[in-house]
Design a protein around this ligand. Structure first.
Ligand code: HEM
Ligand code: HEM
Length: 303
């Protein structure tokens, strides 16, 4: 069993909070229609310190906060490399570093290529993946994850691992549809019709988790969380749509529309991250059928 490093875990949690702030700053750029307020990249109007007025304030501060995340992830990768005993965790640190560099370049290309080629959609979606990676690192470095835990047998079909993975996949498809609409590449229909599908898959996933593992406290928490976030997200989606429609003729960006669309975007990232944590939780507590023979038996796992 790998050793728990409280400092590394707390630092990973800090990066999750920082990344949520960065997602908010990025979503503000889109909702404030400030994406092209700064026409050049990597510098802003040829300098690191342009006049922070109008859309430039949103776009340039997003760039600065993003550069800050890049710097903080270099430290994270170093900490994982230095203190982690699990080789895959060391590599996960480098994957996060590669991810933030890729995300930054995608952001730059979004500007240089004037929002064409689906670049803003890719930038929005990889931001959600980036956030989920940081949440996963915080999860993997937690004291809970490191301890020796009872293992539970999955007696149903399809396997719980397939169900929770499908759940995360369907949520991500919904995120793609939301981003494609937000950046004006497709109509709203796929996203609005996708919402009941997402809700149905979340309800099915949570019900299966409850039926198969009623006694596992962590799994109960995860399914309550999934339910709560998806419910909130649907209400926020309706609010985002309503504020877009009701302010259609008003001088944009209207603060109400900006608030609703930004919160809906960030809670979307939180829902996706929660679905990924649910996947990781199941992999941690429930051995796959072929692994059962190696599992720690505590009475629950059949011989
Ligand atoms: C490195 C980490 C970065 C993260 C996690 C990140 C995240 C985000 C997010 C979440 C959005 C909002 C997408 C949406 O609301 O649909 C966004 C928008 C944007 N980001 Fe970033 N970003 C990063 C770096 C950068 C960089 C370095 C640039 C450089 C120019 C950049 C330029 C933009 C632009 C122009 C938009 C607005 C796109 C539009 O409205 O079409 N981003 N970013
Ligand atoms: C079921 C779960 C849902 C999820 C996971 C979800 C997720 C998202 C995400 C992540 C975005 C922003 C994508 C980006 O650019 O980064 C978005 C945009 C949007 N979503 Fe949803 N959404 C959901 C439900 C809904 C519902 C029920 C509605 C409305 C009836 C809705 C309406 C919208 C609208 C209008 C936008 C674009 C906001 C804008 O105009 O800027 N969403 N959604």
């Amino acid at each position: 069993m790998a050793k728990y490093h409280p400092g590394v875990h707390k630092y990973a949690l800090f990066l999750v909070v920082y990344a949520a702030i960065l997602l908010t700053a990025g979503a503000l750029v889109t909702s404030e229609d400030a994406a092209l307020a700064v026409p050049d990249w990597p510098l802003s109007y040829g300098t690191l310190n342009p006049p922070m007025v109008g859309g430039i304030a949103f776009e340039h501060s997003h760039r600065l906060i993003a550069a800050g995340l890049g710097f903080l992830i270099i430290i994270l990768a170093y900490l994982l490399w230095r203190y982690e005993e699990r080789p895959w965790m060391k590599w996960l640190g480098f994957a996060a570093l590669g991810g933030v560099i890729f995300q930054g370049i995608l952001g730059g290309l979004t500007v240089i290529k004037l929002l064409h080629y689906w670049l803003p959609v890719m930038h929005a979606c990889t931001a959600e993946i980036m956030f989920a990676i940081l949440v996963s690192i915080a999860f993997f470095t937690s004291r809970w994850y490191m301890q020796s835990l009872p293992q539970y047998a999955d007696r149903g079909a399809p396997s719980i691992h397939s169900i929770v993975t499908l759940n995360a996949f369907v949520i991500f498809l919904q995120v793609i549809a939301g981003a494609a609409f937000r950046h004006k590449y497709i109509s709203l229909k796929p996203h609005v019709f996708g919402a009941p599908l997402v809700l149905a898959v979340v309800i099915w996933t949570a019900a299966t988790l409850r039926r198969r593992f009623p006694e596992v406290r962590e799994i109960s928490r995860a399914r309550v969380l999934l339910h709560a976030i998806v419910g909130l997200q649907i209400l926020l989606g309706i609010a985002a749509l309503w504020t877009r429609i009701s302010t259609a003729d008003a001088p944009q960006p209207m603060p109400l529309m900006v608030t609703a669309t930004v919160i809906h975007t960030v809670v979307g990232a939180t829902l996706f991250a929660a679905s990924i944590v649910t996947v990781l939780l199941c992999y941690r507590l429930i051995p796959r059928k072929r692994e059962l023979i190696f599992a720690t038996t505590k009475g629950e796992v059949p011989a």
